[in-house]
Design a protein around this ligand. Structure first.
Ligand SMILES: Cc1cc2nc3c(=O)[nH]c(=O)nc-3n(C[C@H](O)[C@H](O)[C@H](O)COP(=O)(O)OP(=O)(O)OC[C@H]3O[C@@H](n4cnc5c(N)ncnc54)[C@H](O)[C@@H]3O)c2cc1C
Length: 264
């Protein structure tokens, strides 16, 4: 990441914050593009079974086979259907989930201190202050809401929600002054990302090409240069799509994917 940001042109280091919710920014245009290309989209459908055959891959109860299958799930989710195929899961099982905690601070509307839209906080674990970034979410209903994020939250597994909230309140007071939030609620996403440790094997998108031809992988965990980021997920998806197109001998749709290997 340092190579691609500090080591690249000045534009690569811009701090970019979306004005739109993430749904409007990424998935919605993605779905619109897929629909325009004629894709059938089934949301909220858990994939349980993948069935290979000489004519291609079937998913759950699907009757018509697919020429290629791109599984873009987190490693711990992908392990279930891949395990049922009898595939070696060692590369997936090396990934250890890492939580992210968000402390949601609430004030009655009109009673919050002047908040910055976002701010990096002074993290000081020795003083029980674990918050790293604060994002002002504005008024939601009758409350003013700010989210204080604690990444790599396995470090604070033994810290009680009460102690975490007290530390966050102190950080908010130091950053913006009073009044204190009327409530702080901590939400911890246990499988938010994977633990980025040195030497972690990162399987390629065609990891199972030999044992399961036509089955491809994508997801942030399959892009070896980056930690768990949206950028890694996008790059891995593009690479896998380019690989599938090449393997099927298809011409890429203009603008659908980049066919160059961006890692090269
Ligand atoms: C709280 C939090 C904050 C983050 N902050 C940032 C940030 O600031 N910047 C950044 O770059 N990244 C951030 N990330 C990480 C970023 O969200 C991930 O790196 C990115 O979403 C990974 O994309 P993906 O497509 O690989 O996987 P995911 O986004 O995890 O998508 C996988 C999808 O597969 C679905 N799924 C799982 N099992 C099945 C199944 N059996 N059948 C069908 N579907 C299934 C899941 O529901 C999910 O929708 C954050 C993550 C969290 C949780």
């Amino acid at each position: 990441m340092l190579r691609d940001t500090l080591g690249a042109s000045s534009g690569a280091c811009d701090f970019v914050a979306p004005d739109a919710p993430l749904g409007a920014l990424l998935p919605d245009p993605g779905l619109a593009r897929l629909r325009a290309l004629g894709a059938t989209i089934r949301l909220r459908s858990t994939v349980r079974e993948l069935r290979p055959s000489s004519s291609g891959w079937r998913v759950d109860a699907d009757e018509s086979p697919f020429a290629a299958l791109l599984l873009a799930l987190p490693p711990w989710s992908a392990a279930a259907p891949l395990g049922r195929l009898g595939l070696d899961l060692a590369a997936l099982q090396a990934f250890v989930p890492e939580p992210i905690a968000t402390a949601w601070a609430l004030w009655p509307s009109g009673e919050a201190p002047p908040l910055a839209r976002w701010l990096m906080l002074d993290e000081d674990p020795a003083r029980g202050r674990y918050g790293q970034w604060v994002f002002d979410r504005g008024d939601i209903g009758a409350a003013r809401v700010a989210g204080v994020v604690v990444s790599a939250a396995s470090r604070i597994e033994d810290v009680s929600a009460q102690a975490l909230a007290e530390g966050v309140a102190a950080q908010l007071r130091d950053a913006f002054g009073g009044p204190a939030p009327s409530a702080i609620r901590v939400v911890t996403e246990r499988r938010a990302t994977f633990r980025c440790t040195p030497g972690l094997p990162r399987p390629a998108c065609d990891h199972y090409a030999r044992e399961a031809p036509g089955l491809w992988l994508a997801g942030d965990w399959t892009w070896p240069d980056y930690p768990a980021t949206i950028e890694a997920a996008v790059r891995s998806g593009r690479q896998a799509a380019a690989g599938i197109i090449a393997s099927l001998g298809m011409a890429p749709q203009p603008g659908a994917v980049r066919t160059t290997n961006e890692r090269a």
